[in-house]
Design a protein around this ligand. Structure first.
Ligand SMILES: [Zn+2]
Length: 248
Protein backbone atom coordinates (compact mmCIF):
# COMPACT_ATOMS: atom_id res chain seq x y z
CA UNK A 1 0.00 0.00 0.00
CA UNK A 2 2.79 2.38 0.96
CA UNK A 3 4.55 1.64 -2.28
CA UNK A 4 1.37 2.35 -4.20
CA UNK A 5 1.03 5.79 -2.54
CA UNK A 6 4.65 6.53 -3.38
CA UNK A 7 3.99 5.73 -7.03
CA UNK A 8 0.91 7.96 -7.01
CA UNK A 9 3.01 10.85 -5.67
CA UNK A 10 5.66 10.36 -8.36
CA UNK A 11 2.93 10.24 -11.00
CA UNK A 12 1.41 13.52 -9.75
CA UNK A 13 4.79 15.20 -9.75
CA UNK A 14 5.58 14.26 -13.31
CA UNK A 15 2.21 14.82 -14.89
CA UNK A 16 0.67 17.73 -13.00
CA UNK A 17 3.52 20.17 -12.60
CA UNK A 18 2.52 23.09 -10.47
CA UNK A 19 2.48 26.28 -12.55
CA UNK A 20 4.06 29.25 -10.69
CA UNK A 21 1.59 32.06 -9.96
CA UNK A 22 3.47 34.57 -12.13
CA UNK A 23 3.46 32.14 -15.06
CA UNK A 24 -0.30 31.75 -14.63
CA UNK A 25 -0.52 35.56 -14.88
CA UNK A 26 1.50 35.53 -18.12
CA UNK A 27 -0.72 32.83 -19.62
CA UNK A 28 -3.81 34.87 -18.71
CA UNK A 29 -2.36 38.19 -19.91
CA UNK A 30 -1.23 36.96 -23.36
CA UNK A 31 -3.97 34.57 -24.50
CA UNK A 32 -3.25 32.80 -27.74
CA UNK A 33 0.43 33.79 -27.53
CA UNK A 34 1.55 31.95 -24.39
CA UNK A 35 0.04 28.50 -24.29
CA UNK A 36 1.63 26.73 -21.33
CA UNK A 37 4.48 25.86 -19.01
CA UNK A 38 6.67 22.79 -19.18
CA UNK A 39 9.75 22.02 -17.10
CA UNK A 40 10.72 25.65 -16.28
CA UNK A 41 9.92 26.78 -19.81
CA UNK A 42 7.22 29.14 -21.05
CA UNK A 43 5.65 27.60 -24.16
CA UNK A 44 4.45 29.83 -27.01
CA UNK A 45 1.72 29.20 -29.59
CA UNK A 46 4.29 28.54 -32.35
CA UNK A 47 5.68 25.66 -30.28
CA UNK A 48 8.85 27.50 -29.27
CA UNK A 49 9.79 28.12 -25.65
CA UNK A 50 11.86 30.32 -23.32
CA UNK A 51 13.39 29.55 -19.94
CA UNK A 52 11.31 31.05 -17.14
CA UNK A 53 13.80 31.06 -14.23
CA UNK A 54 17.59 30.95 -14.71
CA UNK A 55 18.08 30.64 -10.90
CA UNK A 56 20.81 33.29 -10.96
CA UNK A 57 21.18 35.93 -8.25
CA UNK A 58 21.44 39.32 -9.92
CA UNK A 59 22.14 42.88 -8.87
CA UNK A 60 19.60 45.49 -10.00
CA UNK A 61 21.88 46.47 -12.88
CA UNK A 62 22.26 42.82 -13.95
CA UNK A 63 18.50 42.40 -13.79
CA UNK A 64 18.00 45.40 -16.08
CA UNK A 65 20.58 44.12 -18.55
CA UNK A 66 19.96 40.39 -18.53
CA UNK A 67 16.74 39.41 -16.79
CA UNK A 68 14.90 36.14 -17.10
CA UNK A 69 11.11 36.17 -17.36
CA UNK A 70 10.76 35.52 -13.64
CA UNK A 71 12.75 38.71 -12.85
CA UNK A 72 10.05 40.80 -14.56
CA UNK A 73 7.94 40.26 -11.45
CA UNK A 74 10.70 41.04 -8.93
CA UNK A 75 9.13 44.39 -7.94
CA UNK A 76 5.37 44.54 -7.51
CA UNK A 77 3.61 47.25 -9.53
CA UNK A 78 1.26 49.16 -7.22
CA UNK A 79 -1.38 51.40 -8.80
CA UNK A 80 -0.76 55.11 -8.22
CA UNK A 81 -2.08 56.92 -5.16
CA UNK A 82 -1.65 60.44 -3.80
CA UNK A 83 1.28 59.46 -1.57
CA UNK A 84 3.28 58.24 -4.52
CA UNK A 85 7.07 58.31 -4.17
CA UNK A 86 8.32 55.26 -6.05
CA UNK A 87 11.15 53.36 -4.41
CA UNK A 88 11.66 50.69 -7.09
CA UNK A 89 11.26 50.28 -10.86
CA UNK A 90 8.35 47.81 -11.02
CA UNK A 91 7.87 46.80 -14.66
CA UNK A 92 11.14 48.32 -15.87
CA UNK A 93 12.77 44.88 -15.94
CA UNK A 94 11.97 43.15 -19.23
CA UNK A 95 13.19 40.03 -20.95
CA UNK A 96 13.64 41.10 -24.57
CA UNK A 97 13.20 37.62 -26.02
CA UNK A 98 9.79 37.34 -24.35
CA UNK A 99 8.43 40.55 -25.87
CA UNK A 100 9.82 39.66 -29.29
CA UNK A 101 7.86 36.38 -29.13
CA UNK A 102 4.67 38.29 -28.31
CA UNK A 103 4.93 41.26 -30.69
CA UNK A 104 7.43 40.31 -33.40
CA UNK A 105 11.08 39.51 -33.83
CA UNK A 106 12.00 42.37 -36.16
CA UNK A 107 10.85 45.84 -37.17
CA UNK A 108 9.00 44.50 -40.20
CA UNK A 109 7.37 41.66 -38.27
CA UNK A 110 6.10 44.09 -35.59
CA UNK A 111 4.90 46.50 -38.30
CA UNK A 112 3.00 43.76 -40.12
CA UNK A 113 0.77 43.42 -37.03
CA UNK A 114 0.08 47.13 -36.60
CA UNK A 115 -2.86 49.33 -37.45
CA UNK A 116 -3.57 53.05 -37.41
CA UNK A 117 -6.08 54.57 -35.00
CA UNK A 118 -7.20 58.11 -34.21
CA UNK A 119 -5.95 59.15 -30.79
CA UNK A 120 -8.52 61.16 -28.75
CA UNK A 121 -10.67 62.30 -31.75
CA UNK A 122 -12.32 65.20 -29.87
CA UNK A 123 -9.35 66.72 -28.00
CA UNK A 124 -6.37 65.74 -30.15
CA UNK A 125 -7.32 63.91 -33.37
CA UNK A 126 -3.82 62.50 -34.00
CA UNK A 127 -3.11 59.36 -36.04
CA UNK A 128 -1.04 56.79 -34.17
CA UNK A 129 0.08 53.25 -34.95
CA UNK A 130 -0.50 50.44 -32.45
CA UNK A 131 -0.22 46.68 -32.52
CA UNK A 132 -3.25 44.48 -33.08
CA UNK A 133 -1.71 41.64 -31.02
CA UNK A 134 -4.11 40.53 -28.28
CA UNK A 135 -6.59 43.21 -29.40
CA UNK A 136 -4.38 46.01 -28.07
CA UNK A 137 -5.64 48.36 -30.81
CA UNK A 138 -9.18 47.91 -29.44
CA UNK A 139 -7.92 48.48 -25.89
CA UNK A 140 -6.10 51.69 -26.93
CA UNK A 141 -9.28 52.92 -28.66
CA UNK A 142 -11.24 52.46 -25.42
CA UNK A 143 -8.49 54.14 -23.40
CA UNK A 144 -8.40 57.01 -25.88
CA UNK A 145 -12.21 57.43 -25.76
CA UNK A 146 -12.14 57.69 -21.97
CA UNK A 147 -9.27 60.20 -21.92
CA UNK A 148 -11.10 62.17 -24.61
CA UNK A 149 -13.93 62.94 -22.15
CA UNK A 150 -11.56 64.96 -19.92
CA UNK A 151 -10.80 68.35 -21.54
CA UNK A 152 -8.47 69.18 -18.62
CA UNK A 153 -6.12 66.44 -19.88
CA UNK A 154 -5.63 68.06 -23.29
CA UNK A 155 -2.20 69.59 -22.60
CA UNK A 156 -0.88 66.21 -21.46
CA UNK A 157 -2.28 64.04 -24.24
CA UNK A 158 -1.98 66.26 -27.31
CA UNK A 159 1.03 66.05 -29.63
CA UNK A 160 1.95 62.76 -28.02
CA UNK A 161 5.66 62.15 -27.96
CA UNK A 162 5.94 58.71 -29.47
CA UNK A 163 4.36 55.36 -30.04
CA UNK A 164 6.02 52.87 -32.38
CA UNK A 165 9.76 53.28 -32.87
CA UNK A 166 12.03 50.24 -33.34
CA UNK A 167 15.14 51.40 -31.49
CA UNK A 168 17.58 50.78 -28.66
CA UNK A 169 17.17 52.60 -25.33
CA UNK A 170 19.69 55.44 -25.57
CA UNK A 171 22.97 54.62 -23.88
CA UNK A 172 22.14 50.89 -23.68
CA UNK A 173 22.10 47.79 -25.83
CA UNK A 174 18.49 47.01 -24.89
CA UNK A 175 15.54 47.36 -27.27
CA UNK A 176 13.08 50.09 -26.20
CA UNK A 177 9.52 49.02 -25.37
CA UNK A 178 8.50 51.50 -28.09
CA UNK A 179 9.70 48.84 -30.54
CA UNK A 180 6.58 46.72 -30.07
CA UNK A 181 3.64 49.07 -30.73
CA UNK A 182 2.15 48.81 -27.23
CA UNK A 183 3.90 51.76 -25.59
CA UNK A 184 2.88 55.42 -25.63
CA UNK A 185 4.80 58.54 -24.62
CA UNK A 186 2.35 61.37 -23.95
CA UNK A 187 3.25 65.06 -24.31
CA UNK A 188 6.93 65.63 -23.59
CA UNK A 189 6.52 69.26 -22.43
CA UNK A 190 4.71 68.41 -19.22
CA UNK A 191 6.82 65.38 -18.44
CA UNK A 192 9.81 64.62 -16.25
CA UNK A 193 12.55 62.13 -16.97
CA UNK A 194 15.26 61.18 -14.49
CA UNK A 195 18.07 61.44 -17.06
CA UNK A 196 17.10 65.04 -17.94
CA UNK A 197 17.15 66.01 -14.27
CA UNK A 198 20.44 64.41 -13.27
CA UNK A 199 21.93 65.12 -16.71
CA UNK A 200 23.36 61.64 -16.50
CA UNK A 201 22.62 58.02 -17.36
CA UNK A 202 24.00 56.67 -14.10
CA UNK A 203 21.45 54.32 -12.51
CA UNK A 204 23.12 54.90 -9.13
CA UNK A 205 22.66 58.68 -9.22
CA UNK A 206 20.69 60.27 -6.36
CA UNK A 207 17.34 61.37 -7.79
CA UNK A 208 14.72 63.78 -6.55
CA UNK A 209 11.34 62.48 -7.75
CA UNK A 210 9.34 64.90 -9.91
CA UNK A 211 5.98 64.61 -11.67
CA UNK A 212 3.40 66.94 -13.27
CA UNK A 213 1.01 64.34 -14.75
CA UNK A 214 -2.39 64.19 -12.98
CA UNK A 215 -2.82 60.87 -11.20
CA UNK A 216 -6.43 60.71 -12.44
CA UNK A 217 -5.04 60.48 -15.98
CA UNK A 218 -2.58 57.78 -14.90
CA UNK A 219 -5.40 55.78 -13.26
CA UNK A 220 -7.26 55.64 -16.59
CA UNK A 221 -4.20 54.16 -18.32
CA UNK A 222 -3.75 51.66 -15.47
CA UNK A 223 -7.39 50.60 -15.78
CA UNK A 224 -6.59 49.40 -19.33
CA UNK A 225 -3.46 47.47 -18.32
CA UNK A 226 -0.79 50.14 -18.88
CA UNK A 227 1.96 50.66 -16.32
CA UNK A 228 3.30 54.19 -15.87
CA UNK A 229 6.95 55.25 -15.99
CA UNK A 230 6.17 57.86 -13.34
CA UNK A 231 5.73 54.97 -10.94
CA UNK A 232 9.45 54.22 -11.12
CA UNK A 233 12.28 55.47 -8.96
CA UNK A 234 13.96 56.12 -12.32
CA UNK A 235 10.92 58.15 -13.36
CA UNK A 236 9.81 58.69 -16.97
CA UNK A 237 6.45 60.37 -16.52
CA UNK A 238 5.44 60.53 -20.20
CA UNK A 239 5.81 56.74 -20.59
CA UNK A 240 2.98 54.19 -20.56
CA UNK A 241 3.35 50.55 -21.62
CA UNK A 242 0.87 47.70 -21.84
CA UNK A 243 1.82 45.12 -19.21
CA UNK A 244 -1.42 43.45 -18.10
CA UNK A 245 0.42 40.63 -16.31
CA UNK A 246 1.52 43.12 -13.64
CA UNK A 247 -2.07 43.92 -12.68
CA UNK A 248 -3.28 40.32 -12.26
ZN1 LIG B 1 8.55 55.92 -23.47
Amino acid sequence: MKRFLFLVLIFQNVFSQEIPLNVQKIIKAYPGKVTGFKGNKIVFSDGSNLIYDDFKNKTKQEMLENPDIEDQFRFVYAKVNKNLIPKEDAGRIRNEAFFKKIYGNSKSEVESKMTEIIWCPKLVNQKIKVTTVNGIDIIVKKLSAELDNNPEFKKYINAIGGTFNWRKISGTNRLSMHSYGMTIDINVKNSNYWQWDCKCKNEEATLLYRNQIPLKLVSIFEKYGFIWGGNWKHYDTMHFEYRPELFL
